[in-house]
Design a protein around this ligand. Structure first.
Ligand SMILES: [Zn+2]
Length: 898
């Protein structure tokens, strides 16, 4: 019988920022890397060091030690430093499908620059694992996965029953995704620190190894045991080779090898047993007591999630599609600028960063990165849409009219009540002093003509005049000095109904002889307090809740839009309700109703409700924090002192929209609490469907037998749905990543704000900023569907397009090669959710990526298919059986040119 092999892999799990600010951790990284490079020189037997699966560590190091670049390059080439495959170690669920993809793509590009990459999808500390990981790794050409959470290891002596889909006897297992992709995976069943600080002293070493070998053998499926020599921010163990020699002497029946993942995984895959277990889909600790899933990080510091969503949409759904349309087939596509913006955004996407579970300094620095990334996105988008506008032939518009282009950059049709600002007149500083020009424009404003909006054929388009405004502006020509001016702007509102995916249309504002006839239809009736169009009828109750009739199905949904406030004595990781279980509802008070807009385009109605809420937790919480009392043992109550929390909610129903939109704002001055909005579905269903990463994930509404946590928080991207055989309800959101299904009546509860005063985890770290004091706004939506798949996925697509407004730009009258009203590409597929339209990395075509929103085969009808092939995430050829058929849960990337 051959000896058991002990593979010892030296590493350090490098959270770039967490319980200290970035630079505090960074300076310690410099020391770690210095020590490591010196150790390679001194200790030839030191096999290699695993650089935590993230290439950014090397950038961080070389920012301070640029002179050691050549040495680093040599050590990577020799296999001493093991790099990649990712750019950063992300949180799976709180970043978009594309952000997850770019982490892999950029990580791959960076690894290639260094030389070799570790062929392992590495998720050591990720707070639960997304269900599509097996398919995503396949598409990133990665053969294995390793992760630390999500599956409960049971050990060899315990039987795993068929209904335990998230338990495993072995630390190795097959992991299968919803599309049936399978990946050989390693769970760090004894954590990624099971071989940390190996003693050299024989007596201590004996004690250490007796325990560690037994622990590893309890779960290992083969004779290859994995020992992870490192942990969070662990300095390199310089005498590890000596320690392994001692171990070898003590345990001649084992072979101790200082090793690396490539060798370990090769050995494991050669000897996996036939009875190796399988886990399915997302791995989120479903079969634990439910306290440490860390899913409540989805509602920690909601402002981070909102900003992250804003920047993701700016890069993925605005800047990249516009640049693709503008620079189609040319080398002018701004690859480098976009990659720079993506890297900046991804630096905010590690698990301790985007999860909002770090100290205040960390999250303050993140806000700057969000802003920087967004500015780059906005610059690229503006440049691209102006470039596109210049290519469009507007010469048929009448002289003196002001043409403007509207572009739907979504991969799905868009219905929107669109507000557009048009510069009507301009007075240059070059032609007069600023104050004189200002007065001239003010005079022009007083003498504004009557207006009409026309298309290229001269047809009149209905619109509403909103306002006019005079202010300073400037142009920055690409080849000349800046041009300052005063300008007169006119703001109008238009109805855009079912504007096609990736299409644009050109309209113009022109002066008119007569006043345009105004459509007198109104969406809101003030007497009955009812909002109504062809799709929906919503009555506002005196307590502010809504009774809604879905006219498609004739079903009524009562008591919608209720706000709930509860105490939270937990931390950034975990919600823990105060011991008094005091819950306050918005429906306990009367709502004031105010009409903000009511015309043929749609209605905006404002509700104002005041809830009396405890100002904070009671004094006991401070003691429980200081004494580091575990969350599950806390007993603090809410304070007796009540203060008013005034919620302002604007409800929007536009003429042709089959959904209600909401924007709730308030000034939070209370601590230690959570505010949620509730939509009562009253539908009989055992499961819900939520938007996750390249997946509409189906989750049970009831918890497992082992679950002890009184709540069951879950992650979402843009929507969550509950339905029965006749149809259902979809709640969309913007950057509100946490929801819960309340099992009594299957109410969908979406967390708006969660306010806590400490980080949590291994000590006491105060986080006053996590109390989220100040002004906040939250956007979400509500739509209904019937029992067809098309109707259901329409509500999903709509929730996604709600995050991306139609883009507009003014242009002048000029010739051009492009038509006024056309599509860049046509796409008809209700169940195909587009995540990306961009130029290929090598500029030799365009990329269109998306995924199947359902577990049914789905057909894609698109103008690109004739010139398209399929590629993987790395944009390498990846042939499929049928270009126009998408398999259940498939992620598809097309590469095309025209
Ligand atoms: Zn970590």
């Amino acid at each position: 019988m051959s000896r058991k092999k002990v593979f010892v892999i030296s590493h350090s799990h490098w959270d770039r920022e967490w319980y200290m600010a970035y630079e505090q951790h960074h300076m310690r990284l410099i020391k770690l890397m210095d020590d490591l490079l010196d150790l390679f020189n001194k200790e030839p037997e030191f096999n290699s060091f695993h650089l935590d699966g993230q290439t950014i560590i090397l950038d961080d190091y070389l920012k301070v030690r640029p002179e050691r670049r050549a040495e680093v390059e040599r050590r990577v080439a020799e296999g001493k430093l093991r790099v990649g495959p990712f750019y950063i170690l992300q949180d799976d669920f709180l970043i978009s499908p594309e952000a997850n993809t770019r982490d892999m793509l950029i990580g791959h590009q960076e690894s290639k620059k260094w030389g070799n990459q570790v062929n392992l999808g590495y998720f050591p500390d990720t707070f639960g694992n997304m269900g599509q990981t097996p398919q995503m790794l396949k598409l990133a050409d990665l053969k294995y996965a390793a992760f630390g959470r999500g599956v409960k290891p049971t050990g060899l002596n315990n039987q795993v029953f068929d209904n335990e889909k998230y338990s495993s006897q072995y630390s190795e297992m097959w992991w299968q995704g919803p599309d049936n992709s399978k990946v050989l995976s390693v769970l760090f069943a004894n954590w990624y620190s099971n071989g940390n600080e190996i003693p050299v002293d024989k007596i201590e070493a004996k004690k250490f190894w007796d325990q560690k070998l037994a622990d590893a053998e309890k779960y290992a499926s083969t004779d290859n045991l994995l020992m992870m020599n490192g942990v969070d921010h662990q300095p390199v163990q310089k005498n590890v080779i000596e320690a392994l020699k001692v171990a070898q002497e003590l345990y001649p029946d084992y072979e101790f090898i200082h090793s690396n993942f490539d060798d370990y995984l090769k050995a494991v895959s050669k000897s996996i047993p036939k009875d190796l277990g399988k886990v399915d889909g997302e791995l989120t600790s479903q079969e634990t007591d439910g306290w440490y899933t860390l899913a409540n990080t989805a509602s920690s510091r909601v402002y981070l999630k909102q900003d992250n969503t804003k920047v993701e949409r700016e890069l993925e759904n605005i800047a990249e599609p516009l640049a693709t349309m503008a620079y189609n087939g040319t080398k002018d596509y701004p690859h480098d600028q976009l990659r720079y913006a993506w890297k900046m955004l991804l630096q905010n996407n590690p698990h301790d960063s985007i999860c909002g579970c770090s100290v205040d300094d960390v999250h303050r620095e993140m806000m700057t990165r969000f802003a920087k990334s967004r500015e780059v996105g906005e610059f690229v988008a503006k440049d691209a849409i102006e470039t596109l506008a210049n290519q469009i032939n507007t010469s048929a518009f009448p002289e003196g009219s002001k043409p403007f282009i509207l572009v739907n950059t979504n991969g799905y049709e868009k219905t929107e009540m669109k507000t557009v600002e048009i510069e009507w007149q301009r007075a240059l500083f070059a032609d007069g002093k600023p104050d004189v020009q200002y007065e001239a424009m003010k005079k022009a404003q007083r003498e504004l003509p009557k207006f009409k909006v026309i298309d290229i054929k001269g047809n009149k388009i209905p619109f509403e005049m909103v306002s006019s405004d005079v202010r300073f502006g400037y142009d920055l020509p690409k080849n000349k000095f800046r041009i300052p001016y005063m300008a007169l702007y006119v703001t109008i509102q238009l109805d855009l109904t079912a504007m096609s995916a990736f299409s644009w249309k050109t309209l113009a504002l022109a002066s008119s002889e007569e006043s345009e006839k105004v459509d007198s239809t109104k969406i809101y009736d003030e007497d009955s307090q009812i909002l109504e169009n062809n799709w929906l009828k919503a009555s506002i109750n005196s307590n502010g809740s809504l009774n809604i009739l879905d006219k498609k199905t004739g079903r009524e949904f009562d008591n919608q839009l209720v706000f709930e406030d509860t105490g939270d004595i937990g931390n950034e990781y975990i919600y823990r309700q105060s011991a008094d279980k005091k819950t306050i509802f918005s429906t306990d008070s009367t709502a004031e109703v105010k009409v903000l807009q009511n015309n043929f385009l749609g209605a905006k109605v404002q509700l104002q409700q005041t809830m009396m809420v405890p100002e904070s937790a009671d004094e006991r919480l401070e003691y429980e924090r200081q004494a580091v009392i575990d969350i599950t043992n806390r007993k603090a109550n809410r304070s007796e002192k009540l203060v008013p929390l005034t919620l302002t909610t604007v409800i929007t129903l536009s003429k042709n929209a089959d959904q209600l939109k909401f924007k709730t704002s308030f000034n939070n001055q209370m601590k230690d609490h959570r505010v949620r909005v509730l939509f009562k579905t009253n539908l009989k269903s055992n499961y819900n469907l939520a938007d996750s990463i390249f997946e509409t994930v189906k989750r049970p509404n009831h918890v497992s037998d082992t679950w002890k946590n009184p709540t069951n928080p879950q992650h979402q991207q843009t929507f969550v749905n509950v339905c029965d055989d006749n149809g259902g309800m979809t709640v969309g959101n913007f950057g509100l990543n946490e929801y819960e299904i309340l099992p009594e009546d299957n109410t969908i509860a979406v967390t708006l704000l969660r306010c806590v005063g400490e980080m949590g985890d291994w000590g006491y770290f105060g986080t006053p900023d996590a109390q989220c004091l100040g002004q906040f706004s939250f956007e979400y939506s509500l739509a209904f569907h019937d029992n067809t798949i098309a109707s259901r996925t329409h509500t999903y697509q709509q929730a996604k397009t709600n995050q991306v407004s139609v883009q507009s730009v003014q242009t002048d009258i000029h010739n051009g090669i492009k038509k006024c009203d056309t599509t860049f590409l046509t796409l008809k597929a209700d169940s195909f959710a587009v995540t990306s339209l961009k130029q290929a990395e090598t500029s030799d075509g365009n990329i269109l990526r998306g995924y199947n929103l359902t577990n049914n085969e789905t057909k894609i009808d698109s103008s690109i298919l004739k010139q398209a092939k399929t590629v993987n995430f790395l944009e390498e050829d990846y042939p499929v059986a049928k270009l126009n058929i998408l398999n259940p849960a498939e992620i598809r990337t097309y590469k095309f040119s025209f």
